[in-house]
Write a new protein. Structure first.
Lengths: 301, 766
């Protein structure tokens, strides 16, 4: 008989102790949208499932002056999509989470769960990378703060150790007057994961010169792809159509995309160029409907 | 719909919800190889597990005089479990019945099987070659199954299990006289039906050796006869019960899992239930991949003189109804056009893929994808408006089809013109300027004919008991398409009753009268006629009994609101219950039977292919992003000949469902294989349309004619959709995608490719 113990600890320490006790034979259960697939397909056979639903504090959505946004690991995608504070202050997040799968999944799936799954075609990871988010983890050995780009190490792989839990994600404040945009390209159904996606943040100075540029391409490799040197190189320059074309071309040329059922490497290379160009073009347009930022009016489509 | 409340409140019991006392759960061990000799199967460890009641392998089947281990609806070619070799990844090799699903799953893991791999073939064109690996060794000794209703022509020494030929006129002469000849090859991939309810079956051998089977089958009587043959029982010793199906779209047309469940129940001596999981659905039955080459000869003025079709249908490792698909696809590939010289060669070919079979649209989706694309390519080459070119050649009432039959009740022109009007078709005058976002715009049309199973037969029985309760016994199965409601409405019309008051019990082959099957959109039409006749028979009896009591002649009486009254004096009346009681004969029974007749000559393919032809057309408008290849369906309209609509809501839902399913096939649905193994056997990796994929403008027209007979609508609007989308995309881009689905990547590749790959157009010497 297959026998899985279902446990519902009410304190973080208790959850960590249970996880330590079972070692690799326990799995933490958040929204369960991914875990249920693994279980159904016999890809995992845990002895215990440790539900995090009853642990207080994991559903926090809070902004602290100067520190940015704290997003509890158990906050659902739907909450990120709908939360007025996030919509106003971090519209890139609400825009991104709103495009994941369908509303039934979004009501269930959680911020922490999505990060830990580390599916290469996850929508949020690209946007969290663009925002410079850090993952807060706890284990019996203590806590860690890990930048999202370092958290995901490969296909379905993260730096999370057995017995460790993600408790929250910390998102630093956006630069003033920053604009951001998430472009998702689906090659199949509207509920599909992206074939390629771009999360971009741009801040211009009063003269229209680039103060800050972050472009992250998602779903084209084992983890989100960003070209930091390129972003630094264009500091202080005007993002003219020619420069945007150059940046887009650089991204397409430097990333080595994968092939899967959603598209070949050949196709993804072309998509990267188009999506990066379109995202940046939209962000520097004077009347961009995507315009937003801490001081902005926070419109999102 | 009569069962709408039960449906939405979860009150309907599907087969997977049923249980019998001491029931076991069955699970299936499947082959990991596409083609391999089966060497050793070791089951002792599985048998020793606590809770395991039976382990079934080839040894049990081969050593029993009670079981014929080979079955198949049209060709007896499929073993209940692999005997000497496996022929596809996912083929059942062993089965276990245990007290619960977990134990059964555990038992499967402890079965050891040794294989010796054999060369495999996955492409129907390659498989048709003589030197290809043979999927089945002896092909010239075809044993016909219980559902073969036409002559089979296997090609000895090859994997071709049926070659449908159609010959009309003189093809050479037709092409010689043509001003222009165009030719191209088109491909359609496997697709999954994705019925919400998977295959499920509950089988039990009862006292005295009677076999009881609950199955969501579309063919209760075929299933009964097949199982009777398999267990050497007279048909009345097999009882098939069919609760409401949770969708099928063709995947439950013929037996798939029933033989395994029945054999397990026989082995265990206890009832066994098997419910497949989603990945198993993908190796149980899919839509036929097809490779179709069309050669079309036309005059400068736009008349089609000659058409040559060569079609290869990949039926997978076992034929299922593949021969029927090749046959219907064969004659349907001519299209609804007058063409004097026709040659069709349609091959049903075995490969080492999972079996392929009936799928909503039954071969017409594949042939329309090829044929209707060629119509546009020919029109383009001739410089003619695709609509005008079609109308110049379209079949009209009284025309002769390529099979030789004279067509009546013909409305292709009306369908086509309606679809064109609804998308504001402007022909060659359409302004193809890009949209503000830089998207290319295009429009496309398509029109099809689709046969209905011929010959076939339906019987109906309507009873009224002494309580006045009316019961309709019909073997048309409820799949969610609303057939019970439609048939109740037809009966109610003659009996003057609210249709919802008529009981329609589940099909039980020991009680319900015969029907060929619920397929090919035939039930509202053919069973509808049988139900109408049965209702009239009962009505006649009721009026004859009431007449002397109301002191009137039967023709002076009528039925309304559950009462019989004198037309001229409504106060002189009797309730139906009073009439039945006063007759003193117990329950009264009205019977009706209707059969459509015809058939095709196996040599020439000519004769009566279909007693009625389903007819539809579609118009589609698209926008294409030239940088990503993404296709947006801006508008989509299907026009379908309905004759007379019986239940408007059901008819509309069927048509909408067809369109949406067609869009899935057009844009992204494809079962993908790697060396014969399905690599997207789940709904994360195999996409079907969601509500957000439905275009902003989606419409349909149900064409009706006064006094017309109702026609089935279950599939008619589907096959036109991928073809019309393909034509619209080609119109927008100026290049054509010839392989379904039309993915953004294929579009971008076509746009970036140098302008070759056009249909090979040859100018003929005058």
């Amino acid at each position: 008989m297959i026998d899985i113990r279902y446990l519902e600890p009410t304190r973080l320490e208790e959850a960590l102790e249970i996880l330590a006790h079972y070692g690799e034979e326990a799995h933490a259960l958040a929204g369960g949208t991914f875990l249920a697939l693994l279980l159904k397909n016999s890809l995992i056979a845990p002895r215990a499932l440790v539900s995090l639903h009853r642990i207080p504090g994991l559903k926090t959505v809070a902004e602290q002056p100067g520190e940015g946004l704290r997003l509890g690991a158990m906050v659902t995608h739907r909450e990120v999509e709908k939360n007025p504070l996030i919509r106003l202050r971090y519209p890139l997040l609400s825009q991104t989470y709103a495009q994941v799968a369908n509303v039934r999944i979004r009501n269930q799936a959680t911020v922490g769960g999505g990060l830990v799954d580390a599916d290469y075609a996850s929508d949020p990871t690209a946007s969290l990378s663009a925002l410079g988010a850090r993952v807060h983890t706890w284990g019996l050995q203590g806590e860690r703060l890990i930048p999202v780009q370092e958290f995901v190490t490969g296909h379905y792989e993260t730096v999370l150790q057995p017995g460790e839990l993600v408790t929250e994600v910390l998102i630093p404040p956006l630069p003033t007057q920053a604009r951001s945009l998430y472009l998702k390209f689906r090659s199949r159904s509207s509920e599909d994961r992206p074939c390629a996606s771009v999360a971009a943040v741009v801040a211009l100075d009063g003269e229209g010169r680039c103060r800050d540029l972050r472009v992250v391409v998602g779903a084209v490799a084992d983890r989100p792809q960003m070209q930091d040197e390129l972003a630094e190189a264009v500091q202080g320059q005007r993002l003219t159509p020619e420069l945007i074309r150059e940046i887009a071309g650089e991204y397409a040329g430097k990333i080595r995309p994968i092939s899967d059922l959603r598209g070949s490497a050949w196709y993804r290379e072309r998509l990267i160029e188009v999506l990066v160009r379109r995202a940046l073009t939209a962000l520097v347009a004077p009347t961009a409907s995507v315009s937003h930022g801490p001081q902005g009016e926070g419109t999102c489509e | 719909m009569i069962d709408d409340r039960q449906r939405v409140t979860g009150q309907i019991s599907y087969v997977q919800d049923l249980a019998l006392p001491s029931m076991l759960i069955g699970k299936i061990l499947r082959s990991p190889y596409p083609h391999a000799r089966l060497l050793r199967i070791e089951t002792r460890a599985a048998e020793a597990l606590r809770g395991v009641a039976a382990v079934l392998t080839r040894n049990d089947l081969l050593n029993s005089p009670h079981i014929d281990p080979i079955y198949g609806p049209q060709i007896k070619d499929q073993p209940v479990l692999a005997l000497d070799r496996v022929r596809f990844v996912g083929e059942p090799v062993a089965a276990v019945a245990a007290e619960d699903a977990e134990t059964a799953a555990l038992a499967l893991q402890s079965i050891e099987v040794d294989y010796e791999e054999l060369p495999a073939v996955f492409d129907p064109v390659r498989a048709a070659e003589e030197k290809a690996p043979h999927v089945h060794e002896i092909l010239h000794q075809v044993r016909l199954g219980t559902s073969a209703y036409f002559g089979l022509r296997p090609v000895a020494g090859t994997n071709i299990c049926h070659h449908y030929r159609l010959r009309q006129g003189d093809l050479e002469e037709g092409f010689a006289r043509a001003d222009l000849v165009v030719e191209a090859t088109f491909r359609t991939p496997a697709a999954q039906h994705v019925a919400m309810e998977p295959h499920a079956v509950l089988a039990a051998f009862q006292e005295g050796g009677k076999l009881l089977v609950y199955s969501p089958t579309q063919s209760p009587f075929n299933l009964r006869d097949l199982l009777a043959e398999m267990f050497h029982l007279p048909p009345d010793r097999v009882q098939v019960l069919v609760p409401t199906l949770g969708g099928s779209y063709g995947c439950k047309l013929f037996p798939r899992v029933e033989p395994i469940a029945a054999a397990l129940a026989w082995q265990a001596g206890r009832p066994v239930k098997i419910v497949l999981d989603r990945p198993e659905e993908f190796v149980t039955l899919n839509r036929h991949p097809a490779v179709i080459t069309i050669r079309l000869g036309v005059t400068h003025a736009g008349s089609i003189l000659a058409k040559k079709v060569t079609a290869y249908w990949d039926t997978g490792a076992y034929a299922d109804c593949g021969p029927g698909v090749a046959q219907k696809g064969g004659f349907s590939s001519v299209g609804p056009y007058r063409i004097p010289h026709v040659q069709v060669d349609s091959y049903c070919v075995y490969t080492n893929l999972p079996p392929n079979g009936a799928y909503r649209g039954y071969a017409v989706t594949q042939v329309a994808w090829a044929s209707e694309a060629m119509m546009d390519e020919a029109a383009l080459a001739l410089g003619l408006d695709p609509l005008e070119f079609r109308l110049k050649n379209i079949l009209r009432d009284g025309d002769q089809f390529a099979t030789g039959e004279i067509l009546r009740d013909v409305h292709f022109e009306e369908c086509l013109k309606t679809a064109a009007r609804q998308i504001d078709w402007q022909g060659t005058g359409f302004e193809r300027t890009a949209t503000a976002e830089g998207r290319l715009r295009g429009k496309g049309l398509s029109v099809i004919l689709k046969g209905m199973t011929t010959p076939s037969r339906s019987e109906a029985l309507i009873e009224i008991d002494e309580e006045g309760v009316v019961t309709l016994h019909t073997a048309s199965v409820e799949i969610g398409q609303g057939v019970r409601t439609a048939l109740s409405q037809i009966a109610a019309l003659f009996l003057g009753l609210p249709y919802a008051s008529i009981r329609v019990p589940d099909v039980d082959t020991s009680l319900t009268p015969f029907d060929t099957r619920t397929s090919s959109s035939r039930s509202t039409d053919i069973m509808g006629r049988a139900v109408g006749l049965a209702a009239q028979d009962l009505r006649r009896q009721l009026l004859e009994i009431a007449a002397p009591r109301l002191k009137a002649s039967p023709q002076d009486l009528t039925l309304a609101g559950g009462l019989i009254h004198v037309v001229e004096a409504p106060a002189r009346r009797l309730s139906l219950q009073e009439v039945v009681r006063q007759a003193g004969r117990g329950t009264l029974k009205g019977r009706g039977e209707f059969a459509n007749t015809g058939g095709l000559d196996p040599e020439t393919g000519r004769g009566i292919a279909s007693s009625y032809w389903h007819q539809s057309a579609a118009g589609v408008e698209v926008e294409v992003d030239p940088e990503t290849g993404q296709v947006w369906i801006v508008g989509c309209h299907a026009a379908v000949n309905a004759g007379r609509v019986v239940n408007r809501i059901a008819a509309e839902l069927q048509t909408e469902g067809c369109i949406v399913m067609g869009l899935g096939s057009a844009l992204f649905e494809e079962v993908c294989f790697d060396a014969g193994q399905v690599i997207n056997p789940n709904l994360s990796d195999y996409m079907i349309p969601s509500f957000l994929d439905i275009p902003p403008k989606l419409g349909f027209t149900l064409l009706e004619q006064p006094g017309a007979h109702p026609h089935g609508l279950g599939e008619t609007a589907l096959p036109v959709i991928p073809a019309a989308v393909g034509n619209a995309v080609a119109d927008a881009m100026g290049v054509r995608i010839r392989d379904l689905p039309i993915t953004p990547e294929k579009v971008l590749r076509a746009l970036k490719a140098p302008p070759t790959g056009e249909a090979g157009a040859e100018e003929e010497e005058p």
